[in-house]
Design a protein around this ligand. Structure first.
Ligand code: PLP
Length: 400
């Protein structure tokens, strides 16, 4: 029989993908399923970006490129960090990969020895801990519930650091909580890190362009340049430019780390797609005004979802600063009974109940390491969101 390698023994197919597959199968069977599980914008890739890709094909940019990014894309990344983040990275301090996911993979593969610890606040994007474990590391999960704004606190960080800590991984705005760290939120964590020079900081800024109510996005290296020699600043074009399928992520970090990451990439993919890199150059260098419009549209949906969720007895939803997710608490529903006589004992019981009875697919907090919560992705039309929330409210009313 088939025996997988031990390095993937504890890693399963993502719960999010499982729910998505089940919901899609129900839809194929003719059920009116609404899927609020997807982690991608419902907008299209901008036309100027598509045109740049077509031009790249026509001029023959269809061969292997430089290992970790074309000179043009690296220049665009350097310019982006300077323009938007006020951080100066040199060309040999940036890297490009097949999605931010591969950036994380390259970085952990290149730095983790067996047993090295990575501190990850929960709720977290599920891939973080799975990638860490595949790379032989140990994820140290720290619970950061709604009461602390879903943000890691300095005392928690201090207590979690051991001689084996290699990285702390922060994500702002966060998938799944939508919570973001302001400069004031980051400062106490930075102070802790300055006292522990062996700990490196990885920040995932993927959702930086999706923030609301005047929230000022900031990346840690811009606040504290002394951290630059041990920080990897991760970003990508997937979410901001609605380019999830193009698979381009990038990062800035110290030269030695960037070089080590390129070693991994050289034996994994050789280089990111040449055509996608040309498209990403245009995304980063081209007009940026549409980002504000899309923010407005996301904000209207966020406000709708948060208000409708908080109107449901037993559900408590914090207003997120960014991204396109809400992570609502459902503690008030735990212990209740469904009309079919089943007890809602966990958040997964609740999300199963929603999918089975009102055909709305959302993801339980357990998939993100923190319960009892559930995540809604509101990157879908307002009409669909309204219908979904009507159904969720009706389903909750039937619990006793
Ligand atoms: N980081 C976060 C927080 C995400 O939510 C995602 C995608 O869901 C990624 C990174 C991965 O992005 P990419 O498409 O660049 O691999």
């Amino acid at each position: 029989g088939f025996e997988p390698a031990s390095r993937i023994a504890t890693v399963g197919v993502s719960k999010i993908l499982q729910i998505g597959a089940r919901a899609a199968a129900m839809k194929r069977d003719g059920l009116p399923v609404i899927i609020l599980g997807a982690g991608e914008p419902d907008f299209d890739t901008p036309d100027n970006v598509k045109a740049a890709a077509k031009a790249a094909i026509d001029r023959g940019d269809t061969k292997y490129t430089a290992l970790d990014g074309t000179p043009d894309l690296k220049a665009a990344v350097v310019a982006k960090f300077r323009r938007e983040n006020n951080v100066d990275y040199a060309t040999d301090e940036v890297t490009v990969a097949t999605g931010a996911k591969q950036i994380l993979f390259n970085a952990f593969m290149a730095t983790l020895n067996a047993g090295d610890e990575v501190i990850i606040p929960t709720p977290y994007w599920t891939s973080y801990s799975d990638i860490v474990e595949i790379c032989g590391g140990v994820s140290k999960l720290i619970a950061c519930p709604a009461e602390s704004g879903f943000r890691l606190q300095a005392e928690q960080l201090e207590a979690a650091i051991t001689p084996k800590t290699r990285w702390v991984l922060l994500n702002s705005p966060s998938n799944p909580s939508g919570a973001a760290y302001s400069a004031a939120d980051y400062q106490p964590l930075i102070d802790v890190l300055l006292r522990h020079p062996h700990v490196w900081l990885m920040v995932d800024d993927m959702y930086e362009h999706i923030v609301y109510d005047g929230f000022e996005f900031v990346t840690p290296v811009a606040i504290e340049p002394r951290l630059k020699s041990r920080t990897l600043t991760v970003n990508g074009v997937s979410k901001a430019y609605a380019m999830t399928g193009w698979r381009i992520g990038y990062a800035g970090g110290p030269k030695a780390l960037i070089k080590a990451m390129a070693v991994i990439q050289s034996q994994a993919t050789s280089c990111p797609s040449s055509i996608s890199q040309a498209a990403a150059v245009e995304a980063l260098n081209g007009p940026q005004d549409f980002l504000k419009e899309r923010q407005q549209s996301f904000k209207a949906r966020r406000d709708l979802v948060v208000a409708r969720l908080n109107a449901i007895s037993g559900i408590d939803c914090r207003t997120p600063e960014g991204a396109f997710y809400t992570f609502a608490g459902c503690e008030g529903l735990i212990g209740k009974t469904t009309p079919a006589g089943k007890t809602i004992a966990t958040d997964a019981d609740f999300t199963d109940y929603l999918l089975e009875t009102v055909h709305v697919a959302v993801v339980p907090g357990s998939a993100f390491g923190l319960s009892p919560y559930f995540r809604i992705s509101y990157a879908t039309s307002e009409a669909e969101l309204k219908e979904a929330l009507d159904r969720i409210a009706a389903a909750c009313e039937k619990l006793s």
